[in-house]
Design a protein around this ligand. Sequence first.
Ligand SMILES: Nc1ncnc2c1ncn2[C@@H]1O[C@H](COP(=O)(O)OP(=O)(O)OP(=O)(O)O)[C@@H](O)[C@H]1O
Length: 644
Amino acid sequence: MTSQVEAASSTGVPKQPGPAEGESALPELRAMWWETGVRARAEAGVLAVFAELPRLLAEALRTSWRADRTRTLVVAGSTIGSGVMATFGLLATQRVLVELFAAGPTPDRVWAALPALLGLAAAIAIRSGLGIATGYALNGLTPRVDCEVERALFATTTAVRLDAFDADAFADDMERASRGSSSVIDLVEGALNFLAGLAGLLAVAVAVVVIHPLLLLALLVATLPQAWASLRAGHERYRTYIAGSVRRRRLWLLHQLMADRDSAAELRSYGLRGFLLDQYDRVMGAETRIQLDLARKVTTTTSLGSVVGGVATGAVYALLGILLLDGQIPLAAAATCVFAVQAAQRALTAVTFQIDRIYAEGQHVSDYTGFMTRAADYLPAERAGRPAPGPLQAVEVQAVSLAYPERNSPAVDDVTLSITAGQTVAFVGENGSGKTTLAAIIAALREPDTGAVTWNGRPLHDWDTDRLRERIGVVTQEYHKWPFTAATNIALGDIDAEPDQHRIEAAAARAVAHDMIVELPHGYETLLDRTFANGQDLSGGQWQRITAARGFLRTADLLIMDEPSSALDPRAEDALFQAIRDRQGRATTILITHRLANVRHADRIFVLDHGRLIESGTHDELVTAGGQYAELFALQSAGYQSPR
Ligand SMILES: Nc1ncnc2c1ncn2[C@@H]1O[C@H](COP(=O)(O)OP(=O)(O)OP(=O)(O)O)[C@@H](O)[C@H]1O
C-alpha cells in the first residue's frame, strides 16, 4: 500500500491540500483546476453570499423567463400580489383591534370592526388563492426548465471537438455541469420563493412603519440574529461539500469497482474484495468524521442564533411594553406589532433558507454555466457555406503533426503521404507509434497542430464537415457497446438512412456477423445489454463483428478500420479481410493492424515509429528494404514456422 502512495507521488501529480486522516493510503487524485474558484468563493463568508445574490437571482429569472414566460409572469404577479395582501392584512388587523379596544358597548364595537374584519378575510382569501396559482405555475415550470437546461447541456457535450476530452479537466467539468444542470430548477424555485419571502418581509416592514416607525428597529433586532446564524450554517455545509469533492470521486470509483459487471471477474480472480472494502472503509471513515464535525458546527451556530434571537425577541416585547405604558402607542398597535414580529420571523426563516439554497445551488449552476462557456471554446468553428465534398479522388497528408496535451513528444510527427481512390493502404508500427491518431486526423475527427490533410486537393476544414464525414466510415479500435438491438447497433453506421433490414443483413454477412446474430435468442432484435430485461451480452469477437458490420453498412468512399480483427477467430478474420480486399479498386480503405499477414495485399504500407513515417511501399518492397517492417514481419512469421 505504501508503495502505491509512493508511486502516485513520484509521478509528480500534485497532492490534494490536506487529505483527511485515513485516506493517505489511497492514490492521490489530481487537484481540479475548476475547484480553485469555487473553493475561493466558499471561503468568502456570509457577505460574499449577499454579493452574489443579485447575479444568481438574475440568472434564475433569465432561465425561468426563457423556459416559460407565462408561468414566470404568473409567479411574479402572484408574489407581488401576495406581498400587497400581507401588508393590507396587517393594517386591517390593526383596524379590527382598534375598533374592538374602543370604548362603548360590545355589539357596537363588533359592528364597527366588521368592515375591517371583512377586509382582513378578503386579504387572507386572495393571498391563499395567489399561493395556489404560484404552486400551479411552479409545477408547470419545473419540467420546462429541466428540459431547457439539460437539452442545452447535451447539445453542447455532443458537439464539442474530440480534443476537448483530452483536456485535463474537461471530463470533471462536464460531470459537475451535469450535476449543476439539475440544480437550475432548484435555483429558480429558490429565487422565486426568496422573492415571495422578501415580499412578505417588506409587507410587514411597511405595515409596522405605518403603525409606528420605531417598531421597525424592534423588528430588525428580533429577526437578524437568527438570519445570520442560518446563513452561517449554510455556508459551513457548502464548504464541506467542496472539501469532500475528491473523496466523493473516490467513493464513486469504489462503487464502480465493487458493484460493476466489468470488474466482477477480475475482482474475484485476484481476490480484491478485502483490498477494496478496506479502501472503502478508509474513505467512508474520513467522510463520517467530516459529516459529524459539520453537524456539530451547524448545530452550534444555529443554537447560538436561536438563543440570541430569543433574547432579542424578549427585548422587543419589553420595548413594546414600555412604549405602551408610556402612552406612546395604543394597545391595538402593540398587539399588531406582536403579530407582525411573528409574521416577520416566519418570513425571514423562509428567506434565509432560500438564500442558503440559492447560494448553494447557485454554485452548482455556476459550474453548469461556466462549463457551457468553456465548452464553447471547443465547439467546431462555424463556417457557413462550405461546399460538400465530391467522391474521393485523393487524400493528401501534408507535413501533419499533433501532440496531445501534457505529452512531451508528438503522437504524429511531420507525416506526409498520399492515398488515391480505390487503394487499400495499411498503417503499421509498434504500439503507440501514432497510427490511430493519424487515422483520426484523416477522418476529420482531430485537427492537426501543424500541416494539413486535403480531400480532392482541398483542406478538410474547407469542406462541409458533416457531408465529409458521411463519406468516411470509421471502425474504431475502442468501439462502444451501444445498448440497442443487434440490428440497431449495425444501423447506427448509417443513421440518417431509412432502416433497411436487407442492407443490415448484407453488412452483417460481410463482417461474418450474420450467422452469429441469427443464433441469438431474438435474432436481429436481440437487445445487446444485460442491464435491460431480456438483454444479452456478446463475446469480444462477436462485438467486433457487429462493429465491423456497422462500418460496412455505410457506403463510405473511405473506410478506416482500426484493428478490426484483434479478437476474431482465424476463420472470421480470414473472411473479414476477404471482405476488405473486395473493396480494393472500388473504394478506399485504410487498414490498421498488427497482423502483418493481412496487409500483404495492401497497395501501400506506411510504417510509423514514434509518430514519424519511417518507411512506405508494398509488402515486397518493404521486405526487400530490410527495415522495421521486414523485422516485424519476420518476427511474426517465425511464430508460424516449426521450431528447428
Ligand atoms: N487521448 C490521448 N491523450 C494523450 N495521449 C494519447 C491519447 N491517445 C493516444 N495518446 C498517445 O499518443 C501516442 C500515439 O497513440 P496512438 O493511439 O495513435 O498509437 P497507435 O499506433 O494506434 O497504438 P496501438 O498500436 O497501441 O493502437 C501514444 O504515445 C499514446 O500514449
